[in-house]
Design a protein around this ligand. Structure first.
Ligand code: ADP
Ligand code: ZN
Length: 601
């Protein structure tokens, strides 16, 4: 049962409870007078104990001074005075039986009907709006995007090449005649390829916005949901809707969720996925370009897509999107800072420099987190400190101050982090140390944050080697001080091993193994194969590869050990400082260490 149905049920139950309560309220009139007789009541009146008498048709209610109530019935046609009770003795109120009483009883009859009617209407409305899936599963969940604020290319910062490619699509949607007149074939499908959060959806919306056409979006993972056959019928429905509203854009997010190569026998519910995929192919082939419906799809795994999707006449146009470079990051940050109260002295270029590898979504998140932090601290403007805080939160992970360490663990963590920092500082090919911290973030107990001076497209062999040494520096510091290893280095080892393996097998950086790639990986279209590389070399080569990987790692370990031994006094003094201050930033670190960065062993 999905959340919506749940919510409906809860609402219905609540309404029923309220109805029962109301019904009870109207049928019993609140308090319960004791049954009595008229003579008894007149005795109370004689004694002067009665505060008030109410007459309701033949019913007499006596309210006593002490709050008790008694009820008795007189005979029809006989007045209360006949029982010796007069207005001289006690105030008597005669209620008009035909007004309040009548409405009360009418309500008590009608109300339940009204409520049942309301509940029925409510349920029907829910079902009609398509939220009750069980009643409308063949209908597409496509959302028509008609936001008031039209998204245009201006809302997508950077991504220059991608926009250039798509200008043509916009033009076609606007002026189809221009193209058909000279017989130009317009693509039906455009595949946006790039990592998550890079702005693929945003760009597709911008194309729709620029062309002024409706945007139907659907996430591929929603296709494959409940019953076999649903996905295919949703696809039919989606295309039919778009055609009715043409010119239009259909956007399919996460295409790889259904578009994986068919017949691999892997990946779960196959029939459903294949039927859905087949239906997409059928629809794409079935309509003519003059129908002016363009299908845009996004994926970060083009390698696993079924080749049938990429054939001419289908998704034959690809727009590759890459993570933003420093300048693009600056533009994206500025764009998202536009509607926020940002301090004037904020240097967006510096922030862009501190966020290599961040996607557009990350940067948006950073701007937003910074603003939230400023508001939380009652600041009128978002300052640099807020951005620093947000960058760490988004890129490294949220602070986990509740993760308490005992004193011994704190000490170990401090030495470990300073070990990384010291080795990284001394070696010539690593990135400068930006910050050392003992505040737990995400799953890390502490962290050493190195930051490149500028974005890098190429990585050298020496940098890989120094990085491995830096990664092992944490563990080596623990060994040097406590003569013991802990589990804290697990992640470091994983990263170091991956670098060493890639050096040998992917980049041909081992002179012993030569410029050969060993194993095949991502070029595989096959789902499942990505999980483990296919081995295309012999057993004896495998042993040699392992030996090379091991040698590289041990070399790194040796380097780290050497540096830490040589600068043990620095290791001690910086750790002391870190334990006292929790964090050390770049400047402070430079001051305490007093050795030029990259001076080597
Ligand atoms: P994807 O579809 O590639 O996963 P989205 O388009 O959903 O990424 O991007 C998520 C959000 O990140 C967008 O709504 C937008 O606010 C922001 N964003 C991403 N890239 C950019 C960009 N180039 N310019 C401006 N904002 C961006
Ligand atoms: Zn570490």
């Amino acid at each position: 049962m999905n959340q919506k149905t749940n919510r409906t049920l809860i609402t219905v139950v609540l309404i029923l409870i309220a109805a029962t309560a109301l019904f009870g309220f109207y049928t019993t009139s609140g308090n319960h007078p004791e049954e009595s007789t008229i003579s008894e009541i007149s005795t109370f009146v004689e004694k002067g104990e009665v505060q008030k008498i109410t007459i309701n048709n033949d019913e007499i209610i006596a309210k006593l001074e002490d709050g008790r109530e008694f009820k008795a019935f007189k005979e029809a046609g006989v007045s209360i005075q006949d029982y010796g009770i007069t207005t001289d003795d006690v105030p008597i109120e005669i209620k008009n039986p035909s007004s309040g009483e009548f409405i009360g009883s009418l309500l008590s009859i009608l109300l339940p009907f009204l409520l049942v009617g309301a509940v029925l209407w409510f349920i029907l409305r829910q079902a009609q709006s398509g939220n009750m899936r069980a009643m409308s599963f063949g209908k597409t969940q496509a959302r028509l995007f008609t936001g008031k604020k039209k998204i245009s290319f201006k809302d997508v910062a950077g991504a220059k090449e991608a926009k250039e490619e798509l200008v043509e699509v916009v033009d076609f949607l606007k002026n189809p005649g221009k193209y058909s007149a000279i017989g130009a074939e317009i693509p039906k499908g455009v595949l946006l390829v790039g990592p998550p959060g890079i702005g693929k959806t945003l760009l597709a919306k911008a194309v729709a916005g620029e062309a002024g056409v409706p945007f139907f979006s659907l996430s591929a993972s929603e296709f494959v949901e409940m019953f076999v056959g649903v996905g295919a019928s949703r696809v039919r429905d989606l295309f039919a809707k778009a055609k009715r509203n043409s010119p239009a854009i259909i956007f399919i997010d996460e295409l790889d969720a259904i578009g994986r190569q068919r017949g691999t026998g892997l990946g779960g519910s196959h029939d459903e996925r294949e039927q859905t995929l087949n239906q997409i192919l059928v629809e794409m082939d079935g309509f003519e370009t003059d129908e002016r419906v363009i299908i845009m799809a996004a994926t970060n795994r083009p390698d696993v897509l079924d080749p049938a999707l990429l054939r001419p006449g289908r998704f034959d146009r690809r727009v590759i999107m890459e993570l933003p470079d420093r300048d693009e990051r600056k533009q994206i940050l500025k764009l998202h800072a536009n509607n926020k109260a940002i301090a004037k002295d904020i240097n967006f270029d510096n922030i862009a420099g501190a966020t290599p590898g961040a996607s557009g979504a990350d940067l948006k998140n950073i701007a937003n987190e910074a603003t939230i932090n400023a508001a939380r601290n009652n600041r009128k403007e978002v300052g640099q400190a807020d951005f620093d805080w947000a960058i760490e939160k988004v890129l490294i992970g949220p602070e986990r101050r509740s993760k308490l360490m005992n004193d011994k663990e704190k000490k170990i963590t401090a030495y470990h982090e300073v070990g990384h920092a010291l080795v990284g500082h001394i070696l010539p090919n690593t990135d400068p140390i930006h910050k050392i911290s003992m505040v737990s973030r995400g799953s890390a107990l502490g962290y050493t944050w190195s930051l490149p001076e500028e974005d890098r497209k190429l990585v050298t062999k020496s940098k890989f080697e120094d990085e491995i040494a830096q990664l092992l520096g944490g563990r080596e510091a623990e060994k040097l001080i406590f003569n013991e290893f802990t589990t804290g280095a697990q992640n470091d080892l994983m990263k170091a091993t991956k670098i060493a393996r890639d050096m040998v097998k992917v980049y041909g950086m081992s002179s012993k193994m030569g410029p050969i790639q060993f194993g095949t990986r991502d070029e595989h279209i096959f789902l499942g194969k990505e999980l483990h590389d296919e081995r295309n070399y012999s057993e004896s080569i495998a042993a040699e590869l392992d030996a090379e990987v091991k040698r590289i790692i041990l070399d790194g370990e040796g380097k780290a050990k050497k540096i830490l031994n040589k600068y043990k006094d620095k290791l001690e003094s910086i750790t002391k400082h870190l334990l006292e201050n929790e964090t050390i930033d770049r400047e402070e670190f430079g001051k305490i260490i007093g050795i030029k960065a990259g001076s080597g062993i």
